[in-house]
Every structure is written in structure tokens, then in C-alpha cells.
Ligand binder design. Structure first.
Ligand SMILES: [Zn+2]
Length: 302
């Protein structure tokens, strides 16, 4: 039995300072960044759970009875778009009490520093993720790490709070559970919570990226990261899961599902997490075949 710690966010002790307007960090450039950072209209997924990200990078807002929770901050240049999306839904970003991070890469954690400065929120991550967020540089064991390079760096978060595997982050009446799912990075976290509306409650899973992408020369087979992905896929597949979300909208078919909104709620699917886990193992199998003793090809960051 795992010990469960509750990180009750002490609202009264949070700094009341911080800018009233978002002060963005310098944008980063990458081949896919402009496409990822196109705007996307925010929308309600179910109950307390809202999509406030960009077209290609997810950010999720969870509403409690005493403050908001935000998951992921996109690129540095996504922060202003996320801020605007939250405001357009009628929420006040300054009431965000906790920012949760899936994994410390520039396309999901890049906007977190600016959003933290704006909101004064605590930033929560895994034990392996915390030093990477606070350093703003890839860990040396990251598949995408390039030695003697600032490749993949992003604005550092000033203070990251470690959440253990299975522990909860609680804000008001909402508790979000951290499930460690290393593989894409050593610090990867899947987050899960309950979302209710009209007496219909669903288990929502924000499953972290499971794609085995790397800088040139990295081996998933020999570093043990392949074993970690395999184990994490099993963990995700076994979760109570009615709604699958993840850091890139295409991982959970967001755009296709939005086209089918008149057919009930297309985000509700009892097999989505199982399918995602199986897809992850397929991606890994392809990757291991490609490694096959040869230097793997350079792959795009995700
Ligand atoms: Zn990534």
C-alpha cells in the first residue's frame, strides 16, 4: 500500500504579489513550434475539466471550489495564449493555485515559468522532474539530451515541488493523483482526477507522452528506457480511465473528437487508455527495430 500525502495548497500563505499581466519569456524556435502554437478555442471537456491549450500543445484547466489547477504550459510563447484562453472562459488566471507538469521538455514546460510568475502558483512535478524544471536544461539521461549544448533548454521554474508516485495534489474539492510513467523522460508523470457533471462522474487521465524520440546516438534498448516505457504502458493501460488526455492533442484525437461533439461526448471512451498504451508499445517496437545495432535516426522533439 502506497503512502498517500495530500499537498493541501495553503492559499492564505501564497504570495499575493506577482504581476497582474503575463510577462512572457522569449519565444523558442523549432520546426514544429509555429504549428503547435497556433491558437485553439478553449472548450469544456467534461464537468470541471477544460482545454485551454494551443492547437498542438495541451494545457488543461481544472476548476475546484477554491481555486484552479493548470496542467502544462506549452512553449514559452504559449503562455500568453493559455492566459487569454483561461480569461475568455470567464476564469481568473490569478486564482490558479497549482501548476502540474507532465514532463520537463520545452514544449510542455516552456510556458510554466511565466505562468508561475503571473499566478504565484506552486509547480508540482516528479522527483526526477524537479531539478530539470529548476535548471531549465535537459537532464543528462534525457533521450533528447545533447552534450555541451543548450539544446532543448527552456525558462527555469523558480521552485518546483516534488510529488511522489501515487501522491495527491489537492486544491479545494479536487485531488489530482501523480502516477509516475517514465520512458519518454525519466521524470514523466501521468495525472489523474475525477470530473463530475449532472451526477455523472468520470475518471480523467492526462497520460504523459510515451513516444521514444531522441537525439542522435541514444539507445532506448541499452539505457533501460525501453523497459521503462513498457512498464509505464502497462500502468497507463491499467488505470481507471473514462477520458484520455495527453500533452499533444493528436495523442488523444482531439480534433477528430471535436468534429463529433453532436454525438454526445466523444471524449468519453472506456478503451482510450488501453489503446494509447498499446500504441505506445507499437511505437517502441518500431523504435527498437530501427535501433537494431545501428545509430538511430535523429527524431523530432516531442
Ligand atoms: Zn517531450
Amino acid at each position: 500500500m502506497k503512502r498517500i500525502f495530500f499537498y493541501f495548497v495553503a492559499i492564505a500563505t501564497l504570495p499575493a504579489c506577482g504581476p497582474r499581466e503575463l510577462e512572457p519569456d522569449a519565444p523558442v524556435e523549432c520546426d514544429q513550434c509555429d504549428g503547435w502554437n497556433e491558437t485553439h478555442e478553449p472548450f469544456r471537456i467534461h464537468g470541471n475539466t477544460w482545454y485551454v491549450g494551443t492547437d498542438g500543445l495541451s494545457s488543461i484547466l481544472i476548476q475546484s471550489d477554491d481555486g484552479l489547477i493548470l496542467i502544462d504550459g506549452g512553449l514559452p510563447q504559449s503562455a500568453a495564449l493559455i492566459d487569454a484562453n483561461i480569461r475568455s472562459l470567464g476564469f481568473d488566471p490569478l486564482t490558479i493555485e497549482a501548476i502540474l507538469v507532465s514532463h520537463p521538455h520545452f514544449d510542455h514546460a516552456g510556458g510554466v515559468a511565466a505562468l508561475q510568475r503571473l499566478t504565484g502558483a506552486n509547480v508540482f512535478t516528479s522527483r526526477a522532474g524537479a531539478p530539470v524544471l529548476e535548471g531549465g536544461r535537459l537532464a543528462e539521461n534525457d533521450p533528447q539530451y545533447v552534450a555541451d549544448s543548450d539544446h532543448g533548454s527552456f525558462p527555469a521554474v523558480s521552485n518546483a515541488t516534488v510529488v511522489g508516485d501515487g501522491e495527491l495534489v489537492a486544491v479545494g474539492n479536487v485531488s489530482v493523483r501523480a502516477v509516475y510513467t517514465p520512458g519518454h523522460t525519466a521524470g514523466s508523470v501521468t495525472w489523474t482526477w475525477e470530473s463530475c457533471a449532472l451526477n455523472t462522474c468520470y475518471d480523467v487521465v492526462y497520460a504523459d507522452s510515451m513516444s521514444p524520440v531522441s537525439a542522435q546516438g541514444f539507445s532506448f534498448a541499452t539505457t533501460g528506457m525501453a523497459d521503462q516505457i513498457t512498464e509505464s504502458a502497462g500502468i497507463i493501460g491499467d488505470l481507471d480511465c473514462d477520458i484520455l488526455l495527453s500533452p499533444h492533442p493528436f495523442f488523444f484525437g482531439m480534433h477528430d473528437k471535436l468534429e463529433r461533439r453532436d454525438e454526445g461526448n466523444p471524449f468519453v471512451s472506456s478503451f482510450a487508455c488501453t489503446f494509447y498504451a498499446e500504441s505506445s508499445l507499437d511505437w517502441l517496437e518500431q523504435r527498437l527495430k530501427a535501433e537494431g545495432g545501428q545509430p538511430p535516426p535523429v527524431t523530432l522533439l516531442e
